[in-house]
Design a protein. Structure first.
Length: 262
């Protein structure tokens, strides 16, 4: 790790942790890096990795701190002043890293979220986007999608000689739990909506491709997809809007629970 990259990681950590709902955790892959996340409508979305050396330097300076212990520990800002843009800019001058370019054609949900409709608002809401990304994360964690890159997790599976588990008995606990979450979500959606959600969120099929394969009218896939995403957001509890969960009825003023006789 060069000194310039270390400074870039320091500035990136401070910028990330200054955002609402942002935090960092030790990488679940056990590679020694720190994974950055941000909570969006109840879901945690990944924002990349930084080196442990850069984090340790900021911790020693009192700018960031670990909250909690063990695997539940989260990295957060310790000094509120570190969130100010002028404080970040006061770090040593290093060349800015090139902006990350996203291929909007890869993710249909990202394309819909960044495109405005006739009313000037995004075609899917933040809760619907987060619900679709969470469903995609569960599909990936359940190992239900085809692998296109090297399987670096092969050494973590019970069968270390092969590319990964070939049967449910060889799957990890995390994969089994992800499959259970996918099954519950599909039961909530039903057969028609679950198939569309898997095609768009999992296999990243475009809406025009879905309409051709299913012989649907033009521009109908977007309407059905929004129904599926709204159902997913309700299933994951992302559409509550801050309302307290579990409140089903109101009682009259002064009401008291009845105590049955002994």
């Amino acid at each position: 790790m060069t000194e310039g990259n270390d400074h870039r990681d320091r500035a990136r950590i401070l910028r990330h942790l200054a955002e609402p709902g942002a935090y960092g955790i030790a990488s679940p892959l056990g590679c020694g890096r720190i994974a950055l996340y941000r909570e969006l409508s109840g879901a945690s979305l990944g924002a990349g990795y930084v080196t442990a050396q850069a984090v340790a330097g900021l911790v020693s300076e009192g700018l960031v701190a670990w909250q909690g212990e063990g695997r539940r520990a989260r990295l957060a800002l310790e000094n509120v002043c570190a969130a100010q843009p002028d404080q970040v800019a006061s770090q040593e001058k290093v060349p800015e890293a090139p902006a990350v370019q996203f291929d909007e054609r890869e993710s249909p949900l990202l394309w819909l979220r960044r495109r405005s409709g006739k009313d000037g608002r995004p075609q899917i809401s933040d809760a619907e986007f987060a619900a679709g990304e969470r469903f995609r994360a569960d599909l990936t964690g359940a190992q239900m999608l085809p692998r296109t890159t090297m399987n670096w997790d092969a050494a973590l599976t019970p069968d270390e000689r092969g590319p990964g588990p070939r049967d449910p008995a060889g799957a990890s606990d995390a994969a089994i739990a992800a499959r259970q979450r996918v099954r519950h979500a599909c039961d909530r959606l039903g057969p028609e909506l679950s198939g569309l959600a898997i095609d768009v969120c999992g296999f990243l099929k475009g809406l025009d491709q879905v309409e051709r394969e299913r012989r649907w009218p033009a521009r109908s896939a977007k309407v059905v997809l929004r129904v599926a995403l709204a159902a997913l957001a309700s299933h994951y509890g992302m559409d509550r809007g801050g309302k307290p969960p579990g409140l089903t009825a109101w009682q009259a003023p002064g009401a008291r629970p009845a105590i049955p006789p002994a």
